[in-house]
Write a protein that binds this ligand. Structure first.
Ligand SMILES: Cc1cc2nc3c(=O)[nH]c(=O)nc-3n(C[C@H](O)[C@H](O)[C@H](O)COP(=O)(O)O)c2cc1C
Length: 164
């Protein structure tokens, strides 16, 4: 496969593996490998035409392991990247648009590091994820079952747009 056509999806997902499910849905459309941040050598990213970076949102940022990787990337010279995440904002109250907005706001730190490394960000995606952080576990958590089938379909549609 040519370098241009190769895709890689890097995901850090530990709370409920919510973002890993998103990563697999996106990777299925792109024909991409899925790896954790610790399974990627920064120097090898030049061998991929497009790289996705995603995790849950923890304290309004992506996972530390992903942010660390993004800080050590060699110059990307305009190669393509996309960003994705799941977050714990209550979708039943906030609705899809606000949850997506929460994602976009929380992508700032990672986005900045990728742009500094020279990536062109060609798309961003975020949706709700099951959240039992802190006191929420006392009530059984919020966003149960998320990402759900509809979220995964939205993620696949996002991936199809990336292909175009
Ligand atoms: C320690 C911790 C901090 C979190 N901080 C936030 C936050 O700042 N904003 C938010 O919307 N969700 C927050 N969440 C909820 C997660 O983003 C959400 O559950 C996500 O889907 C977890 O993804 P994962 O299962 O892939 O790890 C937090 C969860 C944990 C465990």
């Amino acid at each position: 496969m040519s370098e241009e056509a190769r895709a890689l999806v890097i995901v850090a997902s530990y709370h409920h593996l919510n973002t890993e499910r998103l990563a697999c849905a996106i990777a299925g459309i792109l024909g991409a490998e899925v790896r954790g941040p610790g399974e990627v050598a920064p120097d090898e990213l030049g061998g991929f035409g497009i790289v996705g970076f995603g995790s849950g949102i923890y304290d309004a940022k992506h996972h530390e392991s992903l942010l660390r990787l993004a800080a050590t990337l060699p110059p990307a010279q305009g190669r393509k990247a996309f960003i994705f995440s799941t977050n714990g904002m209550p979708i039943a109250v906030a609705g899809k648009a606000l949850v997506a907005g929460n994602s976009a706001n929380s992508h700032g730190e990672l986005r900045g590091r990728l742009v500094t490394a020279g990536y062109e960000i060609v798309g961003e995606f975020g949706c709700a994820g099951f959240n039992t952080n802190s006191f929420l576990k006392l009530f059984g958590g919020i966003n149960k079952g998320r990402p759900n089938d509809e979220d995964l379909e939205d993620a696949k549609e996002f991936a199809r747009r990336l292909l175009n």
